[in-house]
Design a protein around this ligand. Structure first.
Ligand code: SD4
Length: 332
């Protein structure tokens, strides 16, 4: 039972999803308020993993100008990719054990089309390369050198993504080479974003430099459609952050959308997807984090994580707010 309160005391009033205490109760309550919210979906909206207000503001700007959800998520994610201070996305991302910054990203549109890149090097805007894969190739995924070559033919600039700060951190790490998955750095991590535009169409994107000091060649959940991201424009969308291996094993984002298809609210669906990880026999969940966010076609939002220090940022009804998960399964 205690695990059912991951995100609480989150005041979302003004977002059109007033909850008087918790995100969960907002989306599950049968009160008049929830019904009002359902009948008057507050569109457009954008939600993203972590505290990324500038990114959601950028996406919101696109949406309120009448732009598509697809343009909104791409623009929002690009902002984080270009932010050299963020050491988990794009330029400035922490490298793998051998000092290579390798990016994973994907994007999915309202028509159910998708594109992704894995192990992309030397190109900051992985999310835009993923979009080009979707729009300009007959494929859904390009990897490594091929992805880089494709990006260069599309006019992307070749850059060194290893900043001095990240190089320094890697050198320090290399002295002991003690590997532990480093996730949730300073409440700011892999960005996963979902948007619903003024037409009610849903798109999503996800971009990351993956786990710091991962094995060379490692790919996580973020570019894997169904794991790191899934959108079904009839139903809703979901996106993941945290230890990608666990997300891939449970195909988390697809699971959440399917659960919503079968009647669960976004909140209930996120909780169920986390349960699938936590309740596995011999689950090692105390030692890793996974967080999901989801929206449905009605503009309701859900979020859930294994441990505390997960947050989501939502821009809806003209207000941009980061909601902190303050739940921790103290007895776990
Ligand atoms: C990965 N899911 O590569 C990403 C990392 C992440 O919070 O989201 N960290 O496994």
């Amino acid at each position: 039972m205690k695990r059912r309160k991951f995100i609480k005391n989150a005041s979302l009033s003004g977002l059109g999803i007033t909850i008087g205490g918790s995100l969960k109760s907002c989306v599950e309550t049968s009160s008049d308020e929830a019904n009002v919210n359902k009948s008057k979906a507050q569109l457009p909206l954008v939600v993203a993993t972590w505290n990324v207000k500038s990114a959601t503001a950028k996406a919101w700007e696109v949406l309120t100008k009448g732009g598509s959800a697809l343009d909104a998520v791409e623009e929002g994610c690009r902002l984080e990719e270009a932010n050299e201070n963020g050491q988990t996305v794009g330029k400035g991302g922490l490298p793998d054990r051998d000092g290579n910054v390798t990016l994973d990203a994907c994007i999915m549109n309202a028509e159910g089309n998708t594109g992704s890149v894995v192990y992309l090097q030397n190109i900051t805007h992985a999310v835009s390369v993923a979009r080009k894969v979707m729009e300009d190739t007959p494929h859904v995924m390009l990897a490594g050198k091929g992805a880089e070559k494709f990006a260069l033919t599309k006019g992307f600039k070749k850059e060194n993504l290893l900043t001095d700060a990240s190089k320094k951190a890697w050198k320090k790490w290399a002295k002991t080479s003690q590997y532990e998955p480093i996730i949730n750095i300073e409440n700011h991590d892999t960005i996963g974003m979902l948007a619903i535009d003024q037409q009610g169409d849903i798109s999503g994107a996800c971009t990351t430099s993956g786990l710091a000091y991962k094995m060379n060649g490692r790919v996580g959940d973020s570019p894997i459609i169904g794991a790191g991201l899934f959108v079904d424009n009839e139903i809703g969308g979901a996106v993941a952050t945290g230890l990608g291996e666990e997300i891939v094993k449970t195909v988390g984002s697809f699971l959440i959308v399917e659960l919503m298809r079968h009647g669960k609210t976004p909140q209930q669906a996120c909780e169920e997807a986390i349960k699938r990880i936590v309740q596995k026999p011999k689950s090692n969940y105390k030692n890793f984090q996974v967080g999901y966010i989801a929206v449905n076609k009605q503009g309701e939002i859900g979020a859930y994580s294994i441990h505390q220090w997960f947050s989501l940022t939502a821009f809806q009804n003209g207000r941009n707010q980061t909601i902190q998960s303050d739940y921790f399964n103290k007895n776990s």
